[in-house]
Write a protein that binds this ligand. Structure first.
Ligand SMILES: Cc1cc2nc3c(=O)[nH]c(=O)nc-3n(C[C@H](O)[C@H](O)[C@H](O)COP(=O)(O)O)c2cc1C
Length: 185
């Protein structure tokens, strides 16, 4: 099949959709999709936030944030937190989401998200439109019912996270195979 050449741009999709909480006195929620795991030891995640975002200032000032993974039941709240600004909206009040105290950082967890990762900013890379905050994961919380039978892994089939494909949210399909199946690991 012939390929069509496009001008350089960000075509890396799907990407996970998360709600990041940040700020201390008036905590805020920002929806982000340009996020990823960047190191396992120490465990680190990267979040790309445009400089002009209200949340950018809150993260820069506090040096902390929490990555909260929403399930499909929180799709509308998640989209909403990516459409309005914490400059003029209390997004917890607007969405009905519940702030819950974290253990290692001052920003709250979102109680309704089944997985929460508390992070401390270790570095900020200025890349252009976005700054990449690299956060060390200093605590993780998982709702007990969402840990699988072995007690070691999160049952993401139950969490039902969703992804963004350019301008559309999509759910995850059924599992395709086990990790390492091609080498019978
Ligand atoms: C699905 C989705 C993904 C988004 N991903 C990002 C992102 O990765 N980085 C970013 O800076 N803004 C992203 N945004 C936009 C912000 O969430 C949006 O501008 C938000 O209103 C900023 O909130 P704040 O002003 O309270 O910080 C995304 C929005 C949506 C709906």
């Amino acid at each position: 099949m012939a390929k069509t050449k496009k001008k350089p741009s960000t075509y890396l999709y799907p990407v996970p959709v998360v709600m990041v909480t940040c700020g201390i006195e008036k905590p805020n929620i920002i929806t982000l999709a340009w996020v990823g795991t960047v190191s396992s030891d120490p465990p680190m995640v990267g979040i790309a936030v445009r400089k002009e975002r209200h949340s950018h200032r809150l993260i820069e000032e506090s040096g902390e944030f929490v990555v909260n993974i929403p399930g499909e039941e929180l799709l509308e709240a998640t989209d909403h937190c990516g459409q309005v600004s914490g400059r003029d909206t209390d997004k917890f009040a607007a969405t009905g989401l519940t702030p819950e105290p974290a253990s290692e950082v001052k920003a709250p967890l979102i109680a309704e998200c089944h997985v929460n990762m508390e992070c401390k900013v270790r570095e900020k890379l200025e890349l252009g439109a976005h700054d990449l905050f690299l956060g060390e994961v200093v605590a993780v919380h998982v709702d007990e019912e969402y840990v699988d039978d072995s007690g070691r892994r999160v049952d993401y089939g139950k969490v039902k996270p969703f992804v963004l494909t350019f301008a559309e949210y999509r759910g995850l399909s059924e599992p395709l195979a086990k990790y390492g199946f091609s080498v019978k690991r």
